[in-house]
Design a protein around this ligand. Structure first.
Ligand SMILES: Nc1ncnc2c1ncn2[C@@H]1O[C@H](COP(=O)(O)OP(=O)(O)OP(=O)(O)O)[C@@H](O)[C@H]1O
Ligand SMILES: [Mg+2]
Length: 289
């Protein structure tokens, strides 16, 4: 690994597996975008923050929406402002460059220092979106016809792209990326994640919560399984509510923090009441609060 690129070792607030750390460093060394997939809440977005923090670089975030077009990441030409200025303003509108507003990719290219560029949730956009960015991500430049100017990256940004796999990405795009799938953490891995967020959490409370959480994730009817961020919120709610670890073996308080769909709460109730083999079915009474 060339040291000159800077090696990512992780950051104090983010738990990273050896495989993921290697994938990051390979992507940096090969100067290719790193495509990260994984269930919601597996730390995809936070990885980019951790890389920026770990390497001491600025993070530029491009949040992709269903309506986002690739062009917006390069630049937009504010013709409306120019028209307005030509009619009501008193300054010269012939200099078009003042109406060219760089997008996130453009911003990353003109930065005087190397930045980390997060293209978050690329699969939200339409299928053309990744294809439309192939040239720019490969060549790290683009042309602005309005000003006859070419914007070339002063320093190739470290590009992190996340996807929830809502849509398959085009092959030509995949070919250009390094890929890593963040698997849902096992209980031991989850303990590490909890510890960086709540270092002083009662051990017994953590154990009980993890047992309940991983049991909940086995319920096949759930439309939305609770994820890491919901578990972290649940722990916080239990601490604030002053719930003792023992009570979590008797009831499942604040379920609305973990489950967000009526159907999932119904499925949970059904499992609690109908499954004699369920891990908590031996209890006399269950309360969902
Ligand atoms: N490896 C980790 N180390 C520390 N915290 C983590 C880790 N993974 C997840 N988290 C925590 O879980 C929460 C969700 O993380 P994040 O938003 O990065 O997930 P995501 O994969 O981007 O989710 P989504 O697909 O919903 O956007 C954050 O609060 C983050 O702090
Ligand atoms: Mg995210």
């Amino acid at each position: 690994m060339k040291k000159s690129f800077g090696e990512y070792r992780g950051s104090s607030n983010y738990i990273v597996s050896d495989e993921l750390r290697n994938a990051v460093n390979i992507a940096i060394a090969l100067q290719k975008p790193l495509l990260i997939k994984g269930e919601p809440g597996t730390g995809k977005t936070m990885l980019a923050q951790s890389i920026a923090e770990g390497l001491g670089k600025r993070l530029i975030v491009w949040n992709i929406k269903s309506t986002t077009k690739a062009q917006e990441g390069l630049y937009v030409y504010d013709t409306v402002q120019r028209l307005y200025d030509s009619q009501f303003g008193d300054h010269d509108v012939s200099n078009i460059s003042q109406y060219i507003k760089l997008g996130k990719l453009g911003e990353a290219f003109v930065s005087d220092e190397q930045v980390v560029l997060l293209i978050d949730e690329i699969d939200k956009a339409d299928l053309e979106f990744p294809n439309d960015l192939l040239w720019e991500l490969d060549q790290m430049n683009f042309y602005i016809p309005e000003t006859k100017e070419t914007i070339t990256a002063k320093h190739r940004p470290i590009v992190i792209i996340t996807s929830n796999a809502e849509k398959e990405l085009p092959d030509a795009f995949l070919r250009r990326c390094i890929f890593h799938y963040i698997a849902f953490p096992d209980p031991e891995g989850m303990k590490e994640i909890i510890k960086v967020h709540y270092p002083d959490l009662d051990k017994k409370l953590m154990e009980q919560c993890l047992e309940a959480f991983y049991w909940l994730r086995t319920i096949p009817e759930f439309q939305k399984k609770p994820s890491t961020s919901e578990l972290l919120d649940w722990l916080q709610a239990l601490v604030i509510g002053g719930i003792s670890p023992k009570r979590i073996t008797e009831e499942l308080p604040f379920m609305g923090v973990l489950l967000k769909k009526n159907q999932d709460l119904d499925a949970l109730l059904w499992h609690l009441n109908n499954r004699p083999q369920s891990r908590i079915a031996h209890r006399q009474s269950f309360h969902l609060r």
